[in-house]
Design a protein around this ligand. Sequence first.
Ligand SMILES: Cc1cc2nc3c(=O)[nH]c(=O)nc-3n(C[C@H](O)[C@H](O)[C@H](O)COP(=O)(O)O)c2cc1C
Length: 316
Amino acid sequence: MPPLLERLGVELPVIQAGMGGGVSRHELAAAVSEAGGLGTIAVNGAEAIRRELAAARALTGRPVAVNVLLPFARRDWFEAAAEADVVVTFWGEPRRRTGGVWLHQCGSVEEARRAQAAGADGVVVQGVEAGGHVRGTTPALQLLEEVRAALPADYPLLLAGGIAGRDDVRAALEAGADAAVAGTRFLLSEESRAHPVYKERLLEADATILTVLFGAGWPAPHRVVPNAATRHWGDPPRLNRVLNHLLVPGVRYAPAGLQLRMIQAQRPGSRLLSPAGPTDDGPETLIDAGALYAGETVARIAEVRPAAELVQDLNP
Ligand SMILES: Cc1cc2nc3c(=O)[nH]c(=O)nc-3n(C[C@H](O)[C@H](O)[C@H](O)COP(=O)(O)O)c2cc1C
């Protein structure tokens, strides 16, 4: 067992990616951790982080991680996240914000170097095949090799992107990763809070696209399964992209109630489409007007399973 995971008391080199907007909450994170992997909570706001972490602690005595998206995080989010066993950050200048174990997800060698220099205890190397917000532009195993060569030999590296089964985890470990991180595979678990129709769409899907369509407040490439919105807009027009950039401060710092109303009003033909994904307690309209985040592995996933079984299936 790699020293970092051993130090944490995580038995298996299987990590569930934080999936934002509340797709991965306490039910999923606790089930993964209880099965011997490392589960990750991803919710917005200090209060929600505290609530979900407490609920996960009630279900498992094993380590649990919290994911924080740097563009949105405020100081009190980090105070709440610091109570987790691991904090995983993404999308922004890597900087130590909490005292405990800190991992940063990176999409390039340069970013991995910056995270290590900033004191990260390890990095998650994200390949371009990953689902959700995609930082990587290189296939995961190739980027892993490049990062391995650039950083000290014993520096902890985790690999995200392309992980859906035991063989993928084995390949990642053989290529020098300390553990493998899976998002889409765990999205298609019973415990994930993705909307049931979103899960059905993913089970039916055999391909994904990278798009900047869902960039209101967060202009970033996302890997998604096509839906009515992506078919309506195709390659997003320049005006959509410009508006997305202009609205960054407005959308990001708007009160939660206003953000929710904007998301509820979103339709496939809306010019401004937020990055909110469809959850089982959110507006159903997001199934065709929101981002159906999924990685390339979606083509290989045929059923929704309990998270504990998935951890065993991924155990190399
Ligand atoms: C639905 C979904 C939401 C995601 N949200 C986040 C997030 O909030 N924070 C984060 O660091 N990564 C997020 N990711 C990316 C994952 O951390 C990881 O890179 C990705 O899931 C790996 O690829 P895979 O989905 O093919 O396993 C998300 C991925 C998915 C599928």
